[in-house]
Design a protein around this ligand. Structure first.
Ligand code: AMP
Length: 200
């Protein structure tokens, strides 16, 4: 299965993507993690990305598309993957379509983790306090997280109708506990897998 997990920062995409990797071998493709390791290694990309990430803005589409195009070509992705944090703009979504087509791959589902704005602020405030207590994420302070939420609403949420039109979009209530969210995602994947083996 090749899926996208969509949702604002704090919605729980990373938690679910990690679980899907551990339980099903679907490789977690987290562009945020890839950028953070570039920053840690002080590569040219890392130096370019750091200030952008620290301000809560998005790294350039061409850079992000290049990173994913390269990663998705690795043989481990053939077993299936979860895109976590990509695409984040319409240009990225369109580039992903082209890239998958070229490689003879396709998306099985786009799962949107829906969360309530106020609760999200509480969650990200919690994450911000953890950051102050020593987490390695420099972008985890409340001002930056507010900015990231705005960027999500302005630039990422508009890709939701793009996938809805393609019939790929599924909504999951991200306000539930981690186990209930996991169950809802698993039900979508099971339904998809069933449909795949039905004769047409
Ligand atoms: P994340 O861990 O997915 O929340 O990403 C952390 C930060 O990395 C974001 O706030 C952006 O600055 C940057 N980033 C991650 N993925 C992308 C992407 N697909 N496009 C642009 N910037 C990204």
């Amino acid at each position: 299965m090749n899926i996208i997990l969509l949702g604002p920062p704090g919605a729980g995409k990373g938690t679910q993507a990690k679980r899907l990797e551990a339980e099903r071998g679907m490789v977690q493709l987290s562009t945020g993690d890839m950028l953070r390791s570039a920053v840690a290694s002080k590569s040219a990309l890392g130096r370019e990305a750091q200030a952008i990430m620290d301000a809560g803005h998005l790294v350039r589409d061409d850079v992000m598309i290049g990173i994913i195009a390269d990663r998705i070509s690795h043989p481990d992705c053939a077993k299936g993957f979860t895109l976590d944090g990509f695409p984040r703009t319409t240009a990225q979504a369109e580039a992903l379509d082209r890239m998958l087509k070229e490689k003879g791959l396709r998306l099985n589902a786009v799962i949107e983790l829906k969360v309530d704005q106020n609760a999200l602020f509480d969650r990200i405030q919690g994450r911000a306090s953890e950051a102050e207590a020593g987490s390695e994420r420099a972008d985890d302070n409340i001002g930056v997280l507010r900015k990231r939420l705005e960027v999500y609403q302005g630039q990422t949420a508009p890709i939701i109708p793009y996938y809805k039109k393609k019939g790929l979009l599924h909504e999951v209530n991200g306000m539930q506990g981690i186990g209930a969210v996991a169950k809802a995602i698993d039900a979508i994947l099971a339904h998809k897998a069933n449909k795949e083996i039905q004769p047409c």
